[in-house]
Design a protein around this ligand. Sequence first.
Ligand SMILES: Cc1ncc(COP(=O)(O)O)c(C=O)c1O
Length: 399
Amino acid sequence: MYDFSSYYDRRRNGSSKWLKMNALNESPKADVIPMTTADMDFPTCPAIIQAIQDYVATEVLGYSNATDSYLQSVQNFFKEMHHYTVEKEWIITTPGIVPALSTSVQAFTDENDGIIVMSPVYTPFYDVIRMQNRRIEECALLLQNNRYEIDFDSLASLAEKPDVKMLMLCSPHNPGGRIWTEAELQKIIDIALTYDLLIVSDEIHADIILDGHTHRVLPTVDKRIEDQSIICTAASKTFNIAGLQCSNIFISNPILRQQFIDANLALGIERANVLGMVATEAAYNDCRDWLEEMKQVIETNQDLVTDFFESLSPKFKVMKQEASFLAWIDYEELAIDDQTFNDFLIHDCDFYINSGEMYGEASRYFFRINVGLPTEKLKENLDRFKIGMEQRFMTALSV
Ligand SMILES: Cc1ncc(COP(=O)(O)O)c(C=O)c1O
């Protein structure tokens, strides 16, 4: 049994999530864990701590490339967890997935080209496209029965445009929590093959699969897409080591791989953080039992959030999360102005979330909660929210 109930005040180590809380509210209530940025407030798996300690005790902390045993740990993990065979030479280590998304934009598109994203989506998808003067082509997800569905007609008509070169796919999807089914992925692949569209598939959330769902690494659905895709993976979300900045990008096509490496060189990116690789290797080799326990805590927390909002008011719609530790909640029916609601959450409830508009205009009346925190602390946050809502918005809550 691992420890999923201890937590630390992470302001002292500069945690982005905790400092953001203080930026929003000068004097937050003591002992509140914020639920914004997607890292978890659980102690690190002991095998990762041990591996880092052993490494720093005996090794020089110089420039280091991926070792053979590191690459093998990545291969084994993907073979065993996802039934996907990755060749060693396909694996490029980078200091994160967002850098790899950005490099892909640079390497495989030109200025003013179009890049498709399925909105709403993780904010850096927009940033890396817009800030490199490419055009965002939004394929808006359809909200049907409180679940996101892909608009394949829209996807095909965007893909058909001659200057649309890439689809940046979030699989599983953040913030909607959807695991795209084999049939959905096949349709995406068919469109990509028809219109010669490169797929950059961000699969960072692929290991935290809930309630018996199955995630498919893109090329396991159809091998033909392997040479026309960039698969972005990392141990960072799965094992809560995002601060160590290490990810693994799989590029089977040697021409695309060289273009990616060249673009990285132009940006001054040559390798990942050495301790990130040490931690990733330990995580992939020795922390799978930790992952299984962590997923149980996340399932408990996801259920808690769903039950809580549904019993507070049926006007809240909590999307069923099939993967990861984020919850996505629609409050549009409460008819509360979003600015008022966001201020209220911070100042009346000490309830720190990401507001929906960060992920796209259509989700202005959503908010995202990170449930990667001890269950008791999540309950405390929800209790404060309930008290605040009943004091201020009782009428809005009632049906
Ligand atoms: C879909 C997605 N991609 C990438 C990242 C971050 O990747 P990295 O920290 O490796 O740059 C996140 C973090 O929340 C994410 O949700």
